[in-house]
Write a protein that binds this ligand. Structure first.
Ligand code: HEM
Length: 192
């Protein structure tokens, strides 16, 4: 098996999530996430595997075109190119993890870690001096571009429109599920 060489990617080596697998199950029910979605995420993973760089080009292009988003990758509107590049590698890994991983305790734990990395642990992983937090409103709102822009990539390998639609729906549910978990550190105790 291949050893992960992505700096700062610590899947399986982080503190436990405060969210239990039972809570996750109820959250899955709430976003209508079923075994069929798992199957379509697997298919999406096969389709996206050799396209993650192209997907990231679109997402980073979107961020780069909006100074109110790009600013988080640096300080005082000066972009930190190394920071951007490091995060980009973990972002690419996240695409594949979202499609291929079992949503088990390790997965829950890493979702919590990613939430922390957008808030209280921002900048620590890469040892950078950048904006101290990602504001909550953009974390949630970013679900839309992350979802909308994936469709052409899912459709690019000749699958039927109905299969593309099912992969797209599964991706939307998975993204909503994960971003919901990332919101935990932003909430007041007892309110998540
Ligand atoms: C980190 C995805 C919202 C800026 C990350 C990582 C992923 C990710 C996968 C790396 C996790 C790891 O360390 O393994 C997403 C998704 C979002 C979202 C799916 C919403 C749907 C945002 C927004 C911004 C942003 C709105 C602001 C432009 C960053 C930054 C980091 C990061 C600066 C690095 C944090 C650190 O210092 O560790 N994001 N993100 N993210 N994201 Fe997001």
């Amino acid at each position: 098996t291949q050893i992960e060489q992505i700096p700062g990617y610590t899947y399986g080596q982080v503190d436990p999530s405060p969210v239990s697998e039972a809570d996750l199950d109820l959250l899955k029910q709430t976003v209508l996430f079923s075994d069929e979605d798992v199957q379509y995420l697997r298919l999406a993973g096969i389709i996206l595997e050799d396209q993650t760089d192209a997907v990231l080009d679109v997402w980073y292009g979107f961020v780069g075109a909006h100074p109110h988003l790009a600013r988080y990758f640096g300080k005082n509107n000066n972009l930190d190119a190394n920071y951007l590049a490091n995060v980009r590698r973990r972002f690419g890994k996240w695409i594949m993890d979202t499609c291929t991983r079992a949503y088990d305790q390790d997965w829950l734990n890493y979702q919590h870690e990613i939430g922390l990395r957008h808030l209280v642990k921002k900048n620590q992983t890469d040892g950078v001096d950048a904006e101290p937090i990602i504001h909550f409103r953009y974390l949630v709102a970013f679900i839309v571009p992350i979802t909308a822009t994936i469709k052409p990539f899912l459709a690019s390998k000749g699958h039927s429109a109905s299969k593309v639609e099912k992969m797209y729906a599964a991706w939307f549910k998975a993204t909503t599920l994960t971003v919901t978990l990332w919101c935990y550190p932003y909430t007041k105790a007892g309110t998540f």
